[in-house]
Write a protein that binds this ligand. Sequence first.
Ligand code: ATP
Ligand code: MG
Length: 137
Amino acid sequence: VERTFLMVKPDGVQRGLIGEIVSRFEKKGFKLLNAKLIQVSEELAKSHYAELSDKPFFGELTGFITSSPVFGMVWEGEGVIATARAMMGATNPASAAPGTIRNDYAISVGMNIIHGSDSPENAEREIGLWFGGETLS
Ligand code: ATP
Ligand code: MG
């Protein structure tokens, strides 16, 4: 069965949206395998977003993700990687479809509430990075 790494970003945690976001994935039918609040280190932030290290907004991105705690989660279920991305909506909330998490709760691309792995390879890499591969079943 497929697994993915999802993370409520600092803006979502500060705005009290952890419960709402967990609830959406639970109601959809996915299974929560692990979760924790984490104060992200500079090293973890850079490693997590390594693919974006050449982007002009990389410093802003790692600065934001390390600014206050995030809520990292591992979810399991058929097609969970693509379905979670669809439920999140487009990267830029201004382009995200109505009913998606980013459309419902965000207005700026930098503070867009949630992260979700974008491929099976990145899902396994991120689960290993954030949870050391340690999840429940
Ligand atoms: P995420 O990886 O967080 O799930 P994503 O896969 O939709 O988002 P990526 O291209 O991986 O988008 O970018 C990672 C994050 O970097 C985005 O979620 C967003 O917060 C930030 N970001 C992307 N593009 C920009 C931009 N042009 N300016 C500022 N921040 C950006
Ligand atoms: Mg991404």
